[in-house]
Design a protein around this ligand. Structure first.
Ligand code: GAL
Length: 699
């Protein structure tokens, strides 16, 4: 029973005695107070629309106008505070959070809940002046200075002490504020420090991992180029070019350091906050400055900042980034920031087309976003981001985009109850690992080899065919998937190899893409040929890899096409290995040799693709992969350019369809369904360019 229900019961008891006792009077007062508080706590829908609001930049007298405009647009969430440290703590230990509490209360009066950002991405000038060691050191040895953001040293103990104290003040003040639904720690972790103390911490980290220098020297093969270390303090920091074991260790140290940086604030928030308030941080899609799986472990919710920049939304690249983010916690996520039309930091800051922002919001929700928040509400009149897109202009009146946001808000009001409790479920997983992406980035071997593009070359056709794909780390439990595809899984430790072998033996279909299982856990070469410990299961192996200047023809079960950038000469070493594709005439070495092989193994199947296939051949490959694995898409094939996004709940499915093709498209539904936005029973939907339909099997 809640506190309020309890009070209602005891108050009712004092009234039935037939007189208004002192107790009853006190009850009336108390209950009145609680009810007022309860009534002002916004009842927000399951799917939220939000915006980044910076009340500290505006007079209090303006707040209500802003919040009214937000409310009219259907906005239910504001994120505040993440750069407001100088306002929250104008001098050391002098905290001023009254203004923030007023802002939270003012928002609640408009039905808007708040996410509070801890302000550690922007330390105040007094802090870095008094404690210069808290400023980060850049790779060239120079110190950052005040005046931008992210100037702090993520490994510095003093900075951690001060940012923890700030977070604690916030948590103590707002941890039980019913209008605050969650916390964002810092903002877009990115910049690391190269100061001597951080280096010493790295050396200590190496000591913990490797135990002895002998072990480190062996696993990094430091006999090469006389790299042998005789003392831990001889180990340098190397980024981009260096011993592959050292490079990978540094990135793992960076990831662990971001994790502990985050934990430092997270602990004091958890200790002081209602567990109903979630803790997140805003990540950045394909950004690979740290291992997001490491950092996500301690969070309650994954969220990311989804910007298009130059050009227009690429639903494949962006959709895969959503699926990647969903994979950090294995559940629905938030889009903590997205562009209201345009940004200010791209090479050309073109505006998204009319209707594209709405299409993008629905694309986000289709991939499992439960909140879409626009950065930002209104530009600061001065400051570095004056040209960035906003929802209202410097004059405080709506921008041309505002009505489109109003439309999204109205649509969400209809769709939220239907989408509540639904999530994405996929039969296909793509494996993604930061270790592998880094390893390939450091030794591309072909300047055109982009590991994310490689992943997308698989993801695009698989998503179209299977209509839902998860992106998960290779350490994940794979048992629920019918098909697991690992493009460029370059670094695969022994436990990862065992996870994959187990998956195949238990009946799964594993597809390894080019450059997979070449390196061990220290970014050293496996002493077996690719795919290392899986070669035996595959019954074949990579005899040689070739970086390509010109594409090479391929032909076979998936039709005639070509391989570009990369080609691996495969061999079939067991009699039951089937060759699916072969190279055409090329450099002599590849001519007529296997490019794709497959073998039934255990209760499952393992396939290896050595070629970087063109889109059409890969599409045929995706059809074969899904069919042979028994993957069942939700609908029959949908027209090109239409994205189908299923979300499932206990009582039925919801399908979000978005048309990115430039011409109208009609999609025939597999059954009669409810059209959530238009309120009718439909058997097909016709979508204009950027058109959206939300249909459901729910009654
Ligand atoms: C994000 C950042 C925001 C804002 C935005 C502009 O990376 O978190 O504070 O700068 O970019 O696009």
């Amino acid at each position: 029973m809640t506190r309020i229900q309890n009070s209602v019961v005891s108050c009712r008891w004092s009234f039935v005695r037939g007189r208004v006792s002192r107790l009853a009077f006190l009850c009336m007062l108390a209950l009145g107070g609680w009810l007022t508080q309860a009534q002002t706590v916004p009842q927000v829908p399951a799917i939220l629309l939000g915006t980044a609001w910076y009340p500290e930049q505006w007079p209090v007298s303006r707040w209500d106008t802003d919040l009214t405009l937000m409310q009219q647009a259907g906005i239910h969430m504001v994120r505040v505070g993440e750069f407001a440290w100088s306002r929250m703590e104008p001098s050391e230990g002098q905290y001023d959070l009254d203004w923030l509490e007023r802002a939270v209360t003012a928002a609640a009066k408009h039905g808007i809940v708040t996410v509070i950002g801890t302000p550690s991405a922007a330390p105040p000038a007094w802090l870095t002046q008094k404690y210069p060691e808290t400023l980060r050191t850049k790779e060239d040895g120079r110190k950052e200075q005040h005046g931008n953001r992210q100037q702090f040293n993520f490994a510095n103990p003093k900075y951690r002490e001060l940012s923890r104290a700030m977070a604690e003040q916030l948590a103590k003040r707002f941890g039980h504020n019913p209008n605050v639904v969650g916390w964002q720690i810092d903002n877009e972790y990115a910049e690391v420090s190269f100061d001597p103390d951080t280096k010493a911490q790295f050396q200590q980290w190496l000591m913990n991992r490797y135990g002895t220098l002998d072990n480190l020297n062996t696993r990094w093969t430091t006999a090469y180029w006389s790299e042998t270390y005789f003392d831990w303090n001889q180990v340098p920091i190397q980024v981009g070019y260096g011993n592959p074991g050292l490079l990978l260790s540094w990135m793992r140290f960076v990831s662990d350091t971001w994790r502990s940086y985050q934990k430092n604030q997270l602990e004091v928030i958890r200790a002081n906050a209602d567990p109903k308030q979630f803790i997140t941080t805003n990540m950045m899609g394909w950004f690979n400055g740290y291992d997001h799986y490491t950092v996500s472990q301690d969070l309650d919710l994954a969220s990311w900042d989804d910007y298009v920049g130059k050009g227009h939304l690429d639903p494949v690249r962006n959709g895969a980034a959503h699926d990647l983010t969903r994979g950090f916690k294995g559940k629905n996520f938030w889009v903590m920031e997205t562009q209201p039309g345009g940004v200010n930091w791209a090479s050309i800051n073109n505006w998204l087309d009319k209707g594209e922002v709405r299409a993008m919001a629905w694309h986000d929700i289709g991939h499992g976003a439960d909140m879409v928040s626009y950065w930002q509400w209104r530009s600061a009149l001065n400051g570095q981001e004056q040209y960035h897109g906003t929802l209202i202009g410097p004059d405080g009146t709506p921008d041309p985009l505002y009505p489109e946001i109003v439309q999204i808000g109205q649509e969400l009001a209809k769709a939220s109850p239907v989408l509540a409790g639904t999530s994405v479920k996929s039969e296909v997983a793509i494996l993604h690992s930061y270790d592998s992406r880094w390893a390939i980035e450091w030794q591309k071997h072909n300047k055109n080899y982009d590991p994310v593009d490689e992943i997308l070359s698989y993801y695009g056709p698989l998503r179209k065919t299977a209509q839902s794909v998860d992106v998960v780390p290779p350490t994940a439990d794979l048992t629920k998937y019918k098909l697991v595809v690992a493009p460029g899984l370059n670094v695969a430790s022994e436990p990862i190899a065992q996870n994959l072998i187990r998956y195949v033996k238990n009946g799964g279909h594993l597809v390894l893409g080019q450059r997979s299982v070449m390196k061990d856990d220290d970014n050293g070469l496996w002493p077996q040929r690719q795919p290392g410990p899986l070669a035996d299961l595959l019954g074949g192996r990579v005899e040689q890899y070739y970086a390509l200047v010109d594409p090479v023809a391929v032909d076979g079960k998936w039709g005639a096409g070509e391989s570009s950038v990369w080609a691996e000469l495969l061999s079939a070493r067991k009699s039951d290995v089937e060759v699916l594709m072969r190279y055409g005439k090329s450099n002599g070495w590849l001519d007529g040799q296997p490019a794709v092989i497959t073998r039934k193994a255990g209760k499952g199947r393992i396939t290896y693709i050595g070629a970087w296939l063109d889109a059409k051949t890969m599409a045929n490959g995706a059809t074969w992969m899904t069919e042979v694995s028994g993957v069942k898409p939700a609908f029959g094939p949908v027209p090109d350019g239409v994205e189908l996004n299923p979300r499932y709940g206990g009582d039925g499915a919801v399908y979000v369809l978005v048309n990115f093709a430039t011409t109208p498209q009609t999609v025939k539904l597999p059954a009669t369904m409810g059209d959530v936005l238009n309120g009718a029973a439909v058997q097909s939907v016709t979508l204009a360019h950027y058109g959206v339909a939300v249909v459901t099997t729910k009654k």
